[in-house]
Design a protein around this ligand. Structure first.
Ligand code: PLP
Length: 400
Protein backbone atom coordinates (compact mmCIF):
# COMPACT_ATOMS: atom_id res chain seq x y z
CA UNK A 1 0.00 0.00 0.00
CA UNK A 2 1.37 3.47 -0.85
CA UNK A 3 2.36 5.79 2.04
CA UNK A 4 -0.38 7.86 3.65
CA UNK A 5 0.05 11.56 2.81
CA UNK A 6 -2.82 13.30 4.60
CA UNK A 7 -6.17 12.76 6.26
CA UNK A 8 -9.39 14.57 7.03
CA UNK A 9 -12.45 13.40 8.98
CA UNK A 10 -12.55 9.60 8.60
CA UNK A 11 -10.64 9.56 5.31
CA UNK A 12 -6.96 8.96 4.56
CA UNK A 13 -5.36 10.06 1.31
CA UNK A 14 -2.34 8.16 0.04
CA UNK A 15 0.54 9.60 -1.94
CA UNK A 16 -1.13 8.54 -5.17
CA UNK A 17 -4.19 10.66 -4.27
CA UNK A 18 -6.44 7.68 -3.50
CA UNK A 19 -8.90 8.12 -0.60
CA UNK A 20 -9.51 5.34 1.93
CA UNK A 21 -12.11 5.17 4.68
CA UNK A 22 -10.20 4.53 7.92
CA UNK A 23 -12.38 1.91 9.58
CA UNK A 24 -9.69 1.34 12.21
CA UNK A 25 -9.42 4.94 13.53
CA UNK A 26 -5.67 4.83 12.86
CA UNK A 27 -4.64 2.34 15.52
CA UNK A 28 -7.98 2.55 17.35
CA UNK A 29 -7.17 6.03 18.58
CA UNK A 30 -8.31 8.85 16.24
CA UNK A 31 -11.76 8.88 17.82
CA UNK A 32 -12.69 12.41 16.71
CA UNK A 33 -11.32 12.03 13.18
CA UNK A 34 -8.45 13.72 11.39
CA UNK A 35 -7.76 17.44 10.85
CA UNK A 36 -10.07 18.41 13.68
CA UNK A 37 -9.54 22.16 13.74
CA UNK A 38 -10.50 22.60 17.40
CA UNK A 39 -7.93 20.03 18.54
CA UNK A 40 -5.23 21.54 16.33
CA UNK A 41 -6.04 25.02 17.71
CA UNK A 42 -6.06 23.76 21.33
CA UNK A 43 -2.61 22.20 20.84
CA UNK A 44 -1.20 25.31 19.14
CA UNK A 45 -2.47 27.60 21.89
CA UNK A 46 -1.15 25.27 24.57
CA UNK A 47 2.31 25.11 22.96
CA UNK A 48 2.49 28.89 22.97
CA UNK A 49 1.39 29.16 26.62
CA UNK A 50 3.46 26.36 28.21
CA UNK A 51 5.37 24.06 25.85
CA UNK A 52 6.50 21.74 28.66
CA UNK A 53 6.41 21.40 32.42
CA UNK A 54 8.66 19.13 34.49
CA UNK A 55 6.88 16.36 36.41
CA UNK A 56 8.57 17.92 39.50
CA UNK A 57 6.22 20.91 39.17
CA UNK A 58 2.49 21.38 38.87
CA UNK A 59 0.67 22.98 35.95
CA UNK A 60 -2.95 23.91 35.34
CA UNK A 61 -3.72 21.50 32.44
CA UNK A 62 -2.23 18.52 34.27
CA UNK A 63 -4.26 19.19 37.41
CA UNK A 64 -7.44 20.13 35.52
CA UNK A 65 -7.36 16.91 33.49
CA UNK A 66 -6.79 14.80 36.60
CA UNK A 67 -9.86 16.36 38.16
CA UNK A 68 -11.99 16.00 35.03
CA UNK A 69 -11.07 12.34 34.55
CA UNK A 70 -11.66 11.47 38.18
CA UNK A 71 -15.14 13.00 37.90
CA UNK A 72 -15.85 10.98 34.72
CA UNK A 73 -14.80 7.81 36.57
CA UNK A 74 -17.21 8.49 39.43
CA UNK A 75 -14.89 10.57 41.64
CA UNK A 76 -12.21 9.69 44.18
CA UNK A 77 -9.40 8.77 41.75
CA UNK A 78 -5.83 10.16 41.60
CA UNK A 79 -4.02 10.26 38.27
CA UNK A 80 -0.54 9.00 37.38
CA UNK A 81 0.36 9.89 33.82
CA UNK A 82 2.28 7.91 31.21
CA UNK A 83 3.04 8.44 27.55
CA UNK A 84 1.65 5.14 26.17
CA UNK A 85 -1.15 2.76 27.03
CA UNK A 86 1.39 0.04 27.73
CA UNK A 87 3.22 2.45 30.04
CA UNK A 88 0.00 3.14 31.93
CA UNK A 89 -0.47 -0.61 32.45
CA UNK A 90 3.13 -0.97 33.64
CA UNK A 91 2.45 1.80 36.17
CA UNK A 92 -0.76 0.09 37.28
CA UNK A 93 0.98 -3.24 37.86
CA UNK A 94 3.82 -1.58 39.75
CA UNK A 95 1.37 0.42 41.88
CA UNK A 96 -0.52 -2.79 42.75
CA UNK A 97 2.69 -4.56 43.80
CA UNK A 98 3.97 -1.61 45.81
CA UNK A 99 0.58 -1.25 47.47
CA UNK A 100 0.77 -4.81 48.85
CA UNK A 101 4.38 -4.39 49.87
CA UNK A 102 3.39 -1.31 51.86
CA UNK A 103 0.83 -3.50 53.65
CA UNK A 104 3.64 -5.88 54.60
CA UNK A 105 2.58 -8.40 51.94
CA UNK A 106 5.52 -8.30 49.52
CA UNK A 107 4.74 -11.85 48.37
CA UNK A 108 1.68 -10.56 46.51
CA UNK A 109 3.34 -9.96 43.13
CA UNK A 110 1.61 -12.12 40.57
CA UNK A 111 -0.99 -10.79 38.14
CA UNK A 112 -3.93 -12.68 36.67
CA UNK A 113 -4.78 -11.77 33.07
CA UNK A 114 -6.87 -13.24 30.25
CA UNK A 115 -5.71 -15.36 27.35
CA UNK A 116 -6.97 -12.99 24.60
CA UNK A 117 -5.77 -9.85 26.38
CA UNK A 118 -3.55 -7.16 24.92
CA UNK A 119 -2.09 -4.66 27.38
CA UNK A 120 0.97 -3.27 25.54
CA UNK A 121 4.28 -4.18 23.97
CA UNK A 122 6.74 -3.36 26.73
CA UNK A 123 7.82 -5.13 29.90
CA UNK A 124 5.11 -6.14 32.36
CA UNK A 125 2.33 -4.95 30.01
CA UNK A 126 3.58 -7.32 27.33
CA UNK A 127 3.65 -10.24 29.77
CA UNK A 128 0.16 -9.42 30.92
CA UNK A 129 -0.88 -9.79 27.26
CA UNK A 130 -2.05 -13.26 26.25
CA UNK A 131 0.58 -15.87 25.34
CA UNK A 132 1.61 -15.38 21.74
CA UNK A 133 0.01 -11.92 21.59
CA UNK A 134 3.14 -9.78 21.32
CA UNK A 135 4.84 -10.83 24.58
CA UNK A 136 8.43 -9.55 24.72
CA UNK A 137 10.69 -12.58 24.28
CA UNK A 138 13.79 -10.98 25.86
CA UNK A 139 13.29 -11.84 29.53
CA UNK A 140 11.11 -14.66 30.75
CA UNK A 141 8.71 -13.19 33.28
CA UNK A 142 5.91 -15.62 32.56
CA UNK A 143 5.92 -16.96 36.13
CA UNK A 144 4.67 -13.56 37.34
CA UNK A 145 1.62 -13.61 35.07
CA UNK A 146 -1.11 -16.24 35.15
CA UNK A 147 -3.36 -16.39 32.10
CA UNK A 148 -6.87 -17.69 32.39
CA UNK A 149 -9.44 -18.47 29.66
CA UNK A 150 -11.60 -15.48 28.71
CA UNK A 151 -15.05 -15.31 27.16
CA UNK A 152 -14.11 -16.73 23.77
CA UNK A 153 -11.80 -19.29 22.20
CA UNK A 154 -11.54 -17.56 18.82
CA UNK A 155 -9.63 -20.40 17.21
CA UNK A 156 -12.13 -23.12 18.12
CA UNK A 157 -15.09 -20.72 17.78
CA UNK A 158 -16.42 -21.48 21.26
CA UNK A 159 -17.79 -19.02 23.84
CA UNK A 160 -17.53 -19.44 27.58
CA UNK A 161 -20.25 -18.49 30.02
CA UNK A 162 -19.84 -16.60 33.25
CA UNK A 163 -19.56 -19.75 35.40
CA UNK A 164 -16.85 -21.27 33.23
CA UNK A 165 -14.85 -18.03 33.31
CA UNK A 166 -15.28 -17.78 37.07
CA UNK A 167 -14.12 -21.38 37.51
CA UNK A 168 -10.96 -20.61 35.50
CA UNK A 169 -10.12 -17.58 37.64
CA UNK A 170 -10.85 -19.47 40.85
CA UNK A 171 -8.64 -22.36 39.72
CA UNK A 172 -5.79 -19.91 39.05
CA UNK A 173 -6.20 -18.34 42.50
CA UNK A 174 -6.32 -21.75 44.18
CA UNK A 175 -3.26 -22.91 42.20
CA UNK A 176 -1.07 -19.88 42.93
CA UNK A 177 -2.49 -19.00 46.35
CA UNK A 178 -4.07 -15.59 46.85
CA UNK A 179 -1.09 -14.64 49.05
CA UNK A 180 1.00 -14.45 45.85
CA UNK A 181 -1.43 -12.42 43.71
CA UNK A 182 -1.38 -8.62 43.58
CA UNK A 183 -3.97 -7.89 40.94
CA UNK A 184 -6.20 -9.00 38.13
CA UNK A 185 -6.01 -6.99 34.91
CA UNK A 186 -8.78 -7.07 32.34
CA UNK A 187 -10.09 -5.29 29.25
CA UNK A 188 -13.89 -5.02 29.48
CA UNK A 189 -13.97 -5.96 25.78
CA UNK A 190 -10.75 -7.61 24.58
CA UNK A 191 -10.41 -5.73 21.31
CA UNK A 192 -7.11 -6.90 19.79
CA UNK A 193 -7.91 -10.44 20.93
CA UNK A 194 -10.99 -10.51 18.71
CA UNK A 195 -13.55 -8.02 20.05
CA UNK A 196 -14.43 -10.54 22.75
CA UNK A 197 -17.66 -9.24 24.30
CA UNK A 198 -18.05 -10.98 27.67
CA UNK A 199 -21.33 -12.20 29.14
CA UNK A 200 -23.33 -9.74 31.28
CA UNK A 201 -22.02 -9.59 34.83
CA UNK A 202 -18.41 -10.36 33.84
CA UNK A 203 -16.79 -7.36 35.53
CA UNK A 204 -19.05 -7.53 38.58
CA UNK A 205 -18.07 -11.20 38.99
CA UNK A 206 -14.36 -10.32 38.70
CA UNK A 207 -14.74 -7.37 41.10
CA UNK A 208 -16.34 -9.71 43.67
CA UNK A 209 -13.53 -12.28 43.26
CA UNK A 210 -10.94 -9.52 43.68
CA UNK A 211 -12.60 -8.33 46.88
CA UNK A 212 -12.95 -11.86 48.22
CA UNK A 213 -9.32 -12.81 47.56
CA UNK A 214 -7.57 -9.49 48.25
CA UNK A 215 -6.51 -8.66 44.69
CA UNK A 216 -6.64 -5.21 43.08
CA UNK A 217 -8.87 -4.90 40.02
CA UNK A 218 -7.11 -3.13 37.14
CA UNK A 219 -9.44 -2.30 34.25
CA UNK A 220 -7.67 -1.52 30.97
CA UNK A 221 -9.75 1.09 29.13
CA UNK A 222 -7.00 2.02 26.66
CA UNK A 223 -9.24 1.11 23.69
CA UNK A 224 -12.65 0.76 25.34
CA UNK A 225 -12.56 4.16 27.06
CA UNK A 226 -13.66 7.59 25.87
CA UNK A 227 -16.97 6.57 24.39
CA UNK A 228 -15.85 3.67 22.20
CA UNK A 229 -18.09 1.16 24.01
CA UNK A 230 -21.11 3.47 24.25
CA UNK A 231 -20.26 4.66 27.76
CA UNK A 232 -17.55 7.06 28.89
CA UNK A 233 -15.73 4.02 30.25
CA UNK A 234 -16.78 0.46 29.45
CA UNK A 235 -16.77 -0.69 33.08
CA UNK A 236 -19.63 1.76 33.65
CA UNK A 237 -22.00 -0.51 31.71
CA UNK A 238 -22.14 -2.68 34.85
CA UNK A 239 -23.70 -1.08 37.90
CA UNK A 240 -21.69 -1.14 41.10
CA UNK A 241 -18.28 -1.92 39.57
CA UNK A 242 -15.55 0.35 40.92
CA UNK A 243 -12.07 -0.63 39.70
CA UNK A 244 -9.07 -0.01 41.95
CA UNK A 245 -7.10 1.22 38.93
CA UNK A 246 -8.30 2.28 35.47
CA UNK A 247 -5.78 2.66 32.68
CA UNK A 248 -6.39 4.79 29.61
CA UNK A 249 -4.63 6.09 26.49
CA UNK A 250 -5.37 6.31 22.76
CA UNK A 251 -8.73 8.18 22.60
CA UNK A 252 -7.79 10.33 25.61
CA UNK A 253 -6.32 12.83 23.12
CA UNK A 254 -7.89 11.31 20.01
CA UNK A 255 -4.23 10.63 19.08
CA UNK A 256 -3.40 14.33 18.72
CA UNK A 257 -0.76 13.88 21.47
CA UNK A 258 0.84 10.77 23.03
CA UNK A 259 -0.71 10.67 26.48
CA UNK A 260 -1.91 7.92 28.81
CA UNK A 261 -2.80 7.58 32.47
CA UNK A 262 -3.50 5.22 35.33
CA UNK A 263 -6.32 6.44 37.57
CA UNK A 264 -5.86 5.04 41.06
CA UNK A 265 -8.59 4.85 43.68
CA UNK A 266 -7.72 7.30 46.47
CA UNK A 267 -7.90 4.50 49.04
CA UNK A 268 -5.05 2.72 47.24
CA UNK A 269 -3.20 5.93 46.44
CA UNK A 270 -3.23 6.95 50.13
CA UNK A 271 -0.50 4.42 50.92
CA UNK A 272 1.89 6.36 48.64
CA UNK A 273 1.30 9.53 50.64
CA UNK A 274 2.67 8.07 53.87
CA UNK A 275 6.30 8.93 54.73
CA UNK A 276 8.86 6.77 52.94
CA UNK A 277 6.29 5.31 50.54
CA UNK A 278 6.15 8.02 47.87
CA UNK A 279 6.26 6.73 44.32
CA UNK A 280 9.14 8.83 43.06
CA UNK A 281 9.26 7.47 39.50
CA UNK A 282 9.73 10.16 36.89
CA UNK A 283 8.70 9.84 33.25
CA UNK A 284 9.94 12.98 31.49
CA UNK A 285 7.16 13.26 28.92
CA UNK A 286 4.29 11.84 31.00
CA UNK A 287 1.56 14.32 31.82
CA UNK A 288 2.75 16.78 29.20
CA UNK A 289 0.72 20.00 29.54
CA UNK A 290 0.01 20.15 25.81
CA UNK A 291 -1.33 16.59 25.86
CA UNK A 292 -3.46 17.43 28.89
CA UNK A 293 -4.86 20.55 27.20
CA UNK A 294 -5.72 18.49 24.11
CA UNK A 295 -7.38 15.85 26.32
CA UNK A 296 -9.45 18.55 28.05
CA UNK A 297 -10.57 19.75 24.62
CA UNK A 298 -11.49 16.15 23.65
CA UNK A 299 -13.69 15.89 26.76
CA UNK A 300 -15.33 19.23 25.95
CA UNK A 301 -16.08 18.25 22.34
CA UNK A 302 -17.37 14.80 23.29
CA UNK A 303 -19.73 16.32 25.80
CA UNK A 304 -20.87 19.19 23.58
CA UNK A 305 -21.46 16.95 20.56
CA UNK A 306 -23.04 14.12 22.55
CA UNK A 307 -20.60 11.58 21.13
CA UNK A 308 -21.30 8.85 23.68
CA UNK A 309 -25.02 9.00 22.88
CA UNK A 310 -24.18 9.11 19.18
CA UNK A 311 -22.20 5.87 19.51
CA UNK A 312 -25.18 4.21 21.19
CA UNK A 313 -27.51 5.53 18.48
CA UNK A 314 -25.38 4.33 15.56
CA UNK A 315 -23.77 1.23 17.03
CA UNK A 316 -26.78 -1.05 17.23
CA UNK A 317 -27.67 -0.52 13.55
CA UNK A 318 -24.16 -1.33 12.36
CA UNK A 319 -24.04 -4.45 14.54
CA UNK A 320 -27.39 -5.62 13.15
CA UNK A 321 -26.19 -4.98 9.58
CA UNK A 322 -23.03 -6.97 10.10
CA UNK A 323 -24.81 -9.75 12.03
CA UNK A 324 -27.08 -10.28 9.04
CA UNK A 325 -23.98 -11.53 7.19
CA UNK A 326 -23.21 -14.33 9.66
CA UNK A 327 -22.93 -17.69 7.99
CA UNK A 328 -21.78 -16.42 4.56
CA UNK A 329 -18.18 -16.74 3.28
CA UNK A 330 -17.00 -18.57 6.40
CA UNK A 331 -18.10 -15.66 8.63
CA UNK A 332 -18.57 -17.60 11.85
CA UNK A 333 -19.60 -14.90 14.28
CA UNK A 334 -20.04 -11.13 14.45
CA UNK A 335 -19.65 -9.48 17.86
CA UNK A 336 -19.69 -5.91 18.99
CA UNK A 337 -20.71 -3.19 21.35
CA UNK A 338 -20.80 0.58 20.88
CA UNK A 339 -18.48 1.52 18.05
CA UNK A 340 -16.35 -1.62 17.87
CA UNK A 341 -17.21 -4.75 15.94
CA UNK A 342 -15.38 -8.00 15.32
CA UNK A 343 -15.86 -10.48 12.49
CA UNK A 344 -14.59 -13.97 13.26
CA UNK A 345 -14.08 -16.22 10.23
CA UNK A 346 -13.53 -19.97 10.02
CA UNK A 347 -10.08 -19.37 8.52
CA UNK A 348 -7.45 -16.68 8.03
CA UNK A 349 -7.87 -17.10 4.25
CA UNK A 350 -11.56 -16.17 4.41
CA UNK A 351 -10.78 -13.08 6.52
CA UNK A 352 -7.97 -12.08 4.15
CA UNK A 353 -10.23 -12.35 1.10
CA UNK A 354 -12.82 -10.03 2.69
CA UNK A 355 -10.11 -7.62 3.83
CA UNK A 356 -8.62 -7.42 0.33
CA UNK A 357 -12.01 -6.96 -1.28
CA UNK A 358 -12.75 -4.04 1.09
CA UNK A 359 -9.35 -2.46 0.52
CA UNK A 360 -9.91 -2.57 -3.24
CA UNK A 361 -13.25 -0.84 -2.62
CA UNK A 362 -11.59 1.90 -0.53
CA UNK A 363 -12.20 0.67 3.05
CA UNK A 364 -9.22 0.05 5.34
CA UNK A 365 -9.93 -2.59 8.01
CA UNK A 366 -7.84 -4.11 10.83
CA UNK A 367 -7.15 -7.82 10.22
CA UNK A 368 -5.15 -10.39 12.17
CA UNK A 369 -5.46 -14.09 11.40
CA UNK A 370 -9.12 -15.12 11.19
CA UNK A 371 -10.35 -11.87 12.71
CA UNK A 372 -11.37 -8.55 11.22
CA UNK A 373 -11.87 -5.69 13.67
CA UNK A 374 -13.83 -2.60 12.75
CA UNK A 375 -13.85 0.58 14.84
CA UNK A 376 -14.14 3.76 12.80
CA UNK A 377 -13.92 7.22 14.38
CA UNK A 378 -16.84 8.03 16.69
CA UNK A 379 -17.66 10.99 14.44
CA UNK A 380 -18.34 8.82 11.37
CA UNK A 381 -21.62 9.88 9.75
CA UNK A 382 -24.58 7.59 9.24
CA UNK A 383 -23.84 7.64 5.50
CA UNK A 384 -20.22 6.60 6.12
CA UNK A 385 -21.29 3.80 8.46
CA UNK A 386 -23.85 2.69 5.87
CA UNK A 387 -21.13 2.56 3.24
CA UNK A 388 -18.96 0.52 5.60
CA UNK A 389 -21.65 -2.11 6.22
CA UNK A 390 -22.57 -2.19 2.53
CA UNK A 391 -18.96 -2.69 1.42
CA UNK A 392 -18.25 -5.44 3.97
CA UNK A 393 -21.57 -7.04 2.98
CA UNK A 394 -20.66 -6.97 -0.71
CA UNK A 395 -17.27 -8.50 0.12
CA UNK A 396 -18.74 -11.31 2.25
CA UNK A 397 -21.54 -12.08 -0.22
CA UNK A 398 -19.26 -11.79 -3.22
CA UNK A 399 -16.87 -14.33 -1.80
CA UNK A 400 -19.44 -16.64 -0.19
N1 PLP B 1 -4.16 -1.79 26.26
C1 PLP B 1 -5.00 -2.07 25.25
C2 PLP B 1 -6.35 -2.64 25.58
C3 PLP B 1 -4.63 -1.83 23.93
O1 PLP B 1 -5.45 -2.16 22.94
C4 PLP B 1 -3.37 -1.27 23.67
C5 PLP B 1 -2.93 -0.99 22.30
O2 PLP B 1 -3.50 -1.37 21.33
C6 PLP B 1 -2.51 -0.99 24.76
C7 PLP B 1 -2.94 -1.25 26.04
C8 PLP B 1 -1.15 -0.42 24.54
O3 PLP B 1 -1.22 0.91 24.19
P1 PLP B 1 0.07 1.62 23.54
O4 PLP B 1 0.22 1.04 22.17
O5 PLP B 1 -0.27 3.07 23.55
O6 PLP B 1 1.22 1.28 24.42
Amino acid sequence: MPAIASAEGCWLTDEGGRRLFDAGSGHSCVNLGYAHEELVAAAAESYRRLAYCSPDHRSRPVMALAEALSARLGGGYRLRYAATGGGANELAIEIARRFWRHQGRAGKRRVIAFDRAYHGSTGAASYASGPGILQSPMVDRSEEFIHVPGARDVMAGRSRGLEEIRAGVEAAIAGAGSGTIAALIVEPVAFAGGVVVPPAGFLAMLAALCRQHGMLLIVDEVINGFGRSGAWFAFQHEAGVRPDIVTMGKGITSAYFPLAAAAVDERIFATFLTPGHAMTKVITMAGHPVGCDVALKVLEIMERDGLVERVLRHGAGVLAGLRALQGAAGLREVRGVGHMWGLEFDSAEAAEAVDEHCLAAGILLLRAGNLIRVNPPLVASEAELGLLVETIGAAVRGIG
